[in-house]
Design a protein. Sequence first.
Length: 258
Amino acid sequence: MTVTDNRKHRGFTLSSQPLTPSDPHTDRLLRKREVALGYRIMDSWGWGADGSGHITARDPERLDCFWSLGYGVAFGEATIDDLVLVDDTGHVIEGSYDINPAAFYIHAPIHASRDDVIGAIHTHTPYGTPFSALAVPLPMTSQEAVAFHGRQGVFTGEEVGVSDLETGQRIADALGLGRLVILANHGLLTVGTTVASAIGFYLNAERAAEVCVKVPHGREISSEAADAVHPSVGAENHGWHVFQWLVRSRVSDPTVVG
Ligand SMILES: [Zn+2]
């Protein structure tokens, strides 16, 4: 297969937009594939190699339920058959694995609080976690940071491990209407109106945190300058595009997830 054929095969161009699947079955399959691909993208950087981290996707029909990777499955081996469907009480109602309890306690209140959130991702990363120890919002010191201009919160609770829904609800409250919440002394969490955009914006947040860790006192651009750029890098479609690139560059064969 030529490079040109490969591009056509994956259906991604500059003007591409997320497709709205015409039926719940197709939508569910898309969301599950994006979850599995997201885990493999995390694995490509070694993120979550110790099991820390989770991606969730709201089910298109059972809106109070979400999909995530079964506990114990290596991120780099994730397929759609390894996902479990979890209800709003934390019970696995489809799939043959347990759910990571932290995934339920953190993600369930977020999905319940935000009807617009389809996807959410959290893990512990080389720069996101160190940056989170500052317990402050991302300063606007990079293009990547601007995706979160006016759309980020900080969870300042000291619960660096989340083991109940009450703590998860306070994280959801700190997120508010944003797309990024910085969990102090813990790491980053991003959400999106697609699973793909949540993952794409996670990479933006990690890169923005990298700038902050490497250049702690970098120049911040003005709010007006951030406002001017936000319509492009802050659009949901931008996060979706980043994800398409990540699939291409970090997953050699996206069909392996099923
Ligand atoms: Zn964590």
